[in-house]
Design a protein around this ligand. Structure first.
Ligand SMILES: Cc1cc2nc3c(=O)[nH]c(=O)nc-3n(C[C@H](O)[C@H](O)[C@H](O)COP(=O)(O)OP(=O)(O)OC[C@H]3O[C@@H](n4cnc5c(N)ncnc54)[C@H](O)[C@@H]3O)c2cc1C
Length: 364
C-alpha cells in the first residue's frame, strides 16, 4: 500500500518505520521543518515500566510491551539510554498505601522486578532522600529521544520512505478506492494514497474534523494540560528517577535525569485553553514545596525555569484519566484510516508497540 503518515513525532515516525519494514511505500507529511518538533521534544524522556495504567488498557499494554521493544531497539541501533531504575516514594502513611496499590497494579500489568522497600533501604540507595517506603522499579530508565527519532527516520529512509517537511495536511476525502489528500505549504497540491494514519499529536482532532464525511461524534475533545519543568542549578544528588505518588492529571513533580546525570524537576499540571510554551518562574514556589516532601535538603534558589510540554489529553481536571484512543475502520467506517488521539504519556515508551497495532489495523 501507499501509506501517508501525518506527523513526524515519535509515534508517526515509529508507525512510518514499521509500515516501511512491512513493505509499504511510506510518506510522512510534517507541518514543521523538522522531526519531533511537537510533544515529542517536550517530555521527560523516561522509559516507563508500565506500572500506573489500568490493566488491559492500551496504555498498560503498549507501555509494557513498548518498553521491552524500545530497550532492544536502543541496544541494536546505538541509541543512548540508561536503565537507571526508579523509586516511587511515600512520605506518609496515606502515600504508602497508594504505593502498595501501585505495586499490585504494576505486577498485574506484567512489570518485572518491582519491589517494595523500606525507608532505610531507600535512603541507603539515595542518601538525600526522605521517605518511609518506596516502590523500586528496576526496568524504568531514560533515553535520548531525539537520537531515537533519528534512528527511526534513518530506517524509514533505508526502506525507501520519505518525510515531506513544511507540508501540512489540510483536508482529505475518501474517493474509492483511495484517499485524496490536500497538502499546503512547500509541497502544496493533492495526492492519492491507499491508507492514512493521523498521528498529528495536538493537531489530531483538528485534522479529523477536516476529513470529509468523518463522523463528528468520533472526534474526542482535546484538553490541554501543560507540564512545566525546572532545571536544578547544582550538582545532582540522585542517581535514579525519583517520583512522588501520582497526582490528578500527572505523575507528580519528579526528578528526571538526562543522560549526563543532570537533574531536572517536573512536569507539574497546568490546565490551559490555548497552546503556550512559556514557563512562569513563579511556579517555582510550588515546586520547592512539593520537592521538599521527598528531598528536604533542596537548596533555596536552586531551581531555574526550563522548558514545558503540553499533554494532549481527552479528559479534564477531576475526570477519570482517558486511555489512548485509536480509531480504525471498525469504529468510524472509513477504509484504511487510523486516527490516534490522546497520545500523552507514556506515548514515547509505547511508540514501537503502538506502531505495530496501527499498521495491523491498516491492513483491515
Ligand atoms: C510534559 C510531558 C511529559 C512526558 N513525558 C513522557 C515520558 O517521560 N515518557 C513517555 O513515554 N512519554 C512521555 N510523554 C508523552 C510523549 O511525549 C508523547 O506521547 C509523544 O511524544 C507523542 O508523540 P506524537 O508523535 O503522537 O505527537 P507529536 O510529537 O506532537 O507529533 C505530532 C506531529 O504532527 C505534526 N502535525 C500536526 N498537525 C499536522 C498536519 N495537519 N499536517 C502535518 N503535520 C501535522 C506536528 O507538527 C507534530 O510534529 C510526555 C508528554 C508530555 C507533554
Amino acid at each position: 500500500m501507499q501509506v501517508l503518515v501525518v506527523g513526524a513525532g515519535v509515534v508517526g515516525l515509529a508507525v512510518a518505520r514499521t509500515a516501511a519494514l512491512r513493505g509499504h511505500e511510506v510518506v510522512v507529511a510534517e507541518a514543521t521543518g523538522g522531526i519531533g518538533n511537537g510533544v515529542s521534544s517536550r517530555n521527560s524522556e523516561v522509559i516507563h515500566a508500565g506500572i500506573y495504567y489500568p490493566t488491559g488498557s492500551l496504555r498498560a499494554r503498549h507501555s509494557t510491551r513498548g518498553r521491552r521493544m524500545l530497550y532492544q531497539f536502543c541496544a541494536s541501533h546505538g541509541v543512548a539510554h540508561n536503565k537507571c531504575g526508579k523509586l516511587i516514594v511515600a512520605t506518609n502513611a496515606e502515600e504508602l498505601a497508594r504505593v502498595e496499590t501501585l505495586m499490585v497494579q504494576g505486577e498485574t500489568n506484567g512489570v518485572e522486578g518491582l519491589e517494595l522497600i523500606g525507608g532505610n533501604v531507600a535512603r541507603a540507595l539515595e542518601t538525600e532522600l526522605f521517605c518511609i517506603g518506596a516502590l523500586a522499579s528496576p526496568e524504568s530508565g531514560v533515553l535520548d529521544s531525539h537520537g531515537y527519532m533519528l534512528a527511526l527516520w534513518g530506517e524509514l529512509e533505508d526502506r525507501g520512505g520519505a518525510i515531506a517537511f513544511e507540508t501540512p495536511v489540510e483536508r482529505m476525502s475518501f474517493v474509492p478506492p483511495q484517499w485524496q489528500v490536500q497538502f499546503g505549504g512547500r509541497d502544496a497540491g493533492t495526492l492519492t494514497f491507499d491508507a492514512v494514519v493521523n498521528s498529528a499529536g495536538l493537531g489530531a482532532q483538528a485534522l479529523a474534523r477536516r476529513i470529509e464525511g468523518y463522523p463528528a461524534d468520533m472526534v474526542p475533545p482535546l484538553v490541554l494540560a501543560k507540564g512545566n519543568y525546572f532545571g536544578f542549578a547544582g550538582k545532582p544528588v540522585f542517581s535514579r528517577l525519583i517520583y512522588p505518588t501520582p497526582v490528578d492529571g500527572g505523575l507528580g513533580v519528579h526528578v528526571t535525569l538526562d543522560l549526563a546525570g543532570r537533574m531536572r524537576f517536573g512536569p507539574d499540571v497546568e490546565w490551559i485553553d490555548r497552546e503556550s510554551y512559556t514557563v512562569d518562574p513563579r511556579r517555582a514556589d510550588s515546586f520547592y514545596d512539593r520537592i521538599r516532601a521527598y528531598w528536604p535538603g533542596i537548596p533555596a534558589g536552586s531551581l531555574v525555569p526550563d522548558y514545558c510540554g503540553i499533554r494532549p489529553k481527552l479528559t479534564g481536571p477531576g475526570e477519570k484519566a482517558a486511555d489512548f484512543m485509536i480509531t480504525g475502520e471498525a469504529a468510524h467506517g472509513m477504509p484504511r484510516l487510523v486516527n490516534l488521539f490522546g497520545i500523552e504519556s507514556p506515548g514515547l515508551t509505547s511508540s514501537l508497540s503502538l506502531a505495530e497495532e496501527v499498521v495491523d489495523r491498516l491492513a483491515g
